[in-house]
Write a protein that binds this ligand. Structure first.
Ligand SMILES: Cc1cc2nc3c(=O)[nH]c(=O)nc-3n(C[C@H](O)[C@H](O)[C@H](O)COP(=O)(O)OP(=O)(O)OC[C@H]3O[C@@H](n4cnc5c(N)ncnc54)[C@H](O)[C@@H]3O)c2cc1C
Length: 313
């Protein structure tokens, strides 16, 4: 029997779309019965959101004050306790999921399958390796519980319209005291979130300054797009780290990705493998970004981008 527990990710108010994407992945396993666990403080509206996801059989909630803001060290023993009857435990390959799920696996005494991108069987999956340059098929032992993270860029969110039952659980679990929440610092932006934006405009080292990045923001605003960047642009201090796209940044799958003054290093390209249409603007016609671009414009970004922005305004 394939009973899958999906760990919901949320900010205390709304579910992260990664939850419905994990459900899509989970429902692709033969005979899957998919439950969602929502851990938090006051989770009734989150549980209702989870219960509406198509393909979900049941939602279980675990409420306690320590569960918000979410800390992997605090959530892990609770997820491990809920995992009892399940054959599989899935979480998203987000920053929280990558912190939480290995802890769950360790507490359950099993290895983790990371970054599922394709389901080949109940215990066989495809996942990227070498920064997405190769894909490997992984088989996990069938006699053990299987803990995995799901590469959310590889899946569409499951539809809504369901009304699965919601049950609340009281867990008698010891919570570690070695980790506590101090604070969170994030950049404030009204622009679309990179993970969910249908369009993303990204700038690279070629922008040469924080001020010049205004060109990227202007084009993004005209298009209603999110703003991304290369690591070189982040390292140079032109943009905040949460904009970084790539192996050590965010893995995204927008319908349209515009790479401006970005060379197309493999570590960057791995973050946009699932993008729909890729447009590249680069003055070097030999730049590797053109190998994966659907549309390429060879020329000086300081000329092309303002012209493009004006034309679209
Ligand atoms: C372990 C590891 C992890 C990494 N993770 C990431 C990651 O997550 N994301 C990431 O992005 N990188 C990552 N990197 C870094 C990566 O290897 C590259 O160094 C980086 O992506 C380069 O950024 P860039 O393309 O902006 O800069 P460059 O490589 O310097 O490219 C700049 C480009 O701009 C073009 N250009 C210059 N002037 C103009 C102009 N006026 N008009 C038009 N084009 C112009 C140039 O022709 C060039 O192609 C990682 C590296 C390592 C080792």
């Amino acid at each position: 029997m394939t009973k899958i527990l999906v760990v919901a990710e949320h900010d205390g108010e709304t579910l992260n779309p990664s939850t419905a994407k994990c459900v899509t992945c989970a429902t692709q396993l033969d005979g899957a019965e998919v439950d969602i666990v929502v851990l938090g403080k006051n989770v009734s509206s989150l549980a209702a959101e989870a219960a509406a996801i198509a393909g979900v059989n049941r939602v279980v909630t675990v409420e306690r004050d320590d569960n918000h803001p979410a800390l992997a060290a605090v959530l892990a023993p609770q997820v491990a306790a809920v995992a009892g009857d399940y054959s599989h435990v899935f979480g998203p390959s987000t920053a929280l999921g990558k912190d939480l799920m290995p802890r769950v696996a360790a507490l359950l005494g099993v290895n983790q399958v990371s970054d599922i991108m394709t389901v080949e069987g109940t215990h066989q999956f495809k996942r990227p390796i070498y920064a997405g340059n190769a894909v490997v098929t992984v088989s996990a032992p069938t006699e053990q519980k299987l803990v995995a993270t799901v590469r959310t860029a590889s899946y569409q969110a499951a539809d809504g319209g369901n009304s699965a039952p919601v049950e609340s659980l009281d867990l008698d679990v010891e919570i570690p005291s070695h980790t506590r929440f101090v604070g969170v610092q994030t950049g404030q932006s009204d622009r679309p979130d990179l993970q969910t934006a249908a369009k993303v405009v990204s700038g690279g080292r070629a922008l040469a300054s924080e001020e010049n990045f205004e060109l990227i923001y202007k084009l993004a605003d005209v298009l209603g797009a999110g703003v991304g960047s290369s690591r070189a642009a982040v390292d140079a201090g032109y943009v905040p780290p949460e904009t970084q796209v790539g192996q050590t940044g965010q893995i995204i799958a927008p319908d349209l990705y515009i790479a401006i003054g970005i060379s197309g290093a493999i570590q960057h390209v791995t973050g946009i493998k699932d993008a729909g249409t890729i447009v590249a603007i680069n003055k070097d016609e030999e730049a590797p970004i053109f190998e994966i671009a659907d549309i390429g414009l060879v020329g000086d970004l300081f000329k092309i981008v303002p012209e493009l922005t004006d034309a679209l305004t």
